[in-house]
Design a protein around this ligand. Structure first.
Ligand SMILES: C[S@@+](CC[C@H](N)C(=O)[O-])C[C@H]1O[C@@H](n2cnc3c(N)ncnc32)[C@H](O)[C@@H]1O
Length: 469
């Protein structure tokens, strides 16, 4: 990308960081050039080495900090800076919330032309570490080496951890991750140690060979634990050898599963799952409701904050008990089941068929009888005929993926003319784009960002839309 930067224009001094960009980079200016600088935060004054340059903007890295931002703190994780997981750990949590709020405000007003003057304060997460219920680690025989690394041997080149940003084939070996509660760290470290000690090989991401490929750990608010070990090309007896070790060392595991994935990609959605011990699902619990979570099911990764998010969505919907609610992008029907007892009927639509099966089971195990679920691509399922068959909704709750809603879905929402739309989004930029389209018939009544992912730049945002009179 971009043009070669002449040596005398490569280094810039005294750049003041004035904002933070979507991907979490610090924003500065130099003459007409907008600068995006990795690991810089507003309030910093830094010296910069430019790495890429386009006509109006450039990307660079900090070579030294001239003046530290008051928002700067010491990152608590020794992997910070190399691991791509928690990019904002060098900022106080208060500052993280301030910039997330500011970001949502900016994109909604700039892209969505929304009046944000009555936007509510972001809801911070009570837990700012160990808040995730799911982590996926990758095995690799080519560990990412840092400058502090000692002499390496083939054994010490093995890694179990996370991808280094921008490198599909390099894995940072993780010793302790602050994102998931115990026994996550113990599990990962013990499995690695056992595999190395017993000569079970780690995957080669370029050559596509080796026994061990991925490790997925799910913990839950009920205390249940799911462990999925993904093998690629194990030698005879290695699956039993490793799985026996895990089962014996961690008897608390509720669901011990394995997969043999010999495809080029890591996704497990098309893979057969084998149960080694226990059952093939765990339970999550929210407000007395139980949710079955299978190895392929989507469940919000910060369970505690998901509860807060859903309460806000429910409060915005302000249900009286006689409404027909559409829950679009319902996943495993979590929001649908969460609001069901406050509505007459809830109709959920979702792309993934197995998630829809889970959604139905989740209604059943909770004795909920006023929900209906349909699987398929939203733009194909939510047709005029579908609306004629199920009735025009009084409230639409929509929680699309990062790409936002397909234009046909937005058009259908405009046609349905539900008095209220509650739009939950994990990407305020695409939400803003959709809000602009919805402004043909809707006005924004409430906006509340929610922080589901402390230490990262990600932010969730809930918007209440009311049909214009
Ligand atoms: C952000 S998740 C929301 C899930 C759910 N509301 C929850 O809170 O657990 C978005 C969901 O949209 C689904 N999805 C993505 N693209 C879709 C499409 N084109 N049609 C229907 N569903 C889709 C995904 O499978 C995922 O379950």
């Amino acid at each position: 990308m971009g043009r070669r930067i002449p040596q005398d224009k490569k280094f810039l001094q005294n750049i003041e960081i004035i904002d933070i960009a979507e991907e979490g980079k610090g924003v500065g200016r130099h003459d007409e050039l907008v600068l995006f600088i990795e690991k810089a935060i507003p309030g910093d004054v830094v010296e910069v080495e430019l790495q890429r340059k386009k006509k109006n903007f450039a990307e660079g890295r900090v070579t030294s900090i001239v003046k530290e931002s008051p928002y700067r703190i010491e990152p608590f994780c020794p992997h910070f800076g190399v691991c791509g997981g928690c990019k904002w750990q060098h900022m106080s949590y208060e500052a993280q919330l301030k910039f997330k709020q500011q970001y949502v405000d900016n994109v909604l007003s700039r892209i969505g032309k929304v009046d944000t003057s009555s936007m509510e304060d972001i809801l911070g997460s009570e837990q700012t570490t160990y808040y995730r219920n799911k982590l996926e680690f990758t095995f690799s025989n080519k560990r990412w080496l840092t400058s502090q690394d000692e002499v390496v041997t083939p054994e010490t080149l093995n890694a179990l951890g996370f991808h280094v940003p921008g490198r599909f084939d390099k894995i940072l070996d993780i010793k302790h991750c602050y994102l998931q509660q115990d026994p996550s760290n113990d599990l990962r470290n013990s499995i690695k140690e056992f595999a190395v000690a017993n000569g079970i090989s780690f995957y080669d991401l370029r050559q596509h060979e080796g026994a061990l490929r991925n490790l997925i750990i799910r913990t839950s608010s009920t205390g249940e634990i799911m462990v999925i070990v993904v093998f690629a090309y194990p030698e005879e007896g290695q699956i039993e050898q490793l799985m026996d070790f895990v089962a014996q060392k961690f008897p608390a595991i509720t669901s011990l599963l394995y997969i043999v994935n010999q495809k080029r990609n890591d996704t497990i959605f098309d893979q057969e799952i084998y149960v080694y011990k226990g059952r093939d699902y765990i339970f999550e619990e929210m407000e007395g409701l139980k949710f079955k979570v299978g190895p392929k099911s989507f469940y919000q990764t910060n369970s505690k904050q998901a509860y807060e998010l859903y309460k806000i969505a429910r409060e915005f919907a302000d249900l009286k008990g006689d409404e027909l609610v559409y829950d679009l992008y319902t996943g495993a029907g979590t929001i649908a089941n969460f609001v069901a007892k406050y509505a007459k009927e809830v109709v959920g639509v979702e792309y993934v068929p197995s998630a829809i099966e889970d959604a139905k089971i989740n209604s059943e195990i909770n004795g909920i009888t006023n929900t209906k679920f349909y699987a398929g691509d939203m733009k194909d399922v939510l047709t005029a005929e579908f609306v004629a068959e199920h009735g025009k909704p009084d409230v639409v709750i929509t929680d699309p993926p990062r790409a936002g809603m397909h234009a046909d879905v937005v058009k259908r929402i405009l046609e349905m003319e539900a008095p209220k739309v509650v739009y939950v989004s994990c990407n305020a930029a695409t939400q803003a784009r959709d809000l602009e389209m919805l402004s043909a018939k809707y006005e924004v009544a409430r906006i509340k960002p929610v922080d589901m992912f402390p230490q990262t730049q990600h932010v969730e945002n809930v918007v209440l839309l009311k049909l214009k009179k």
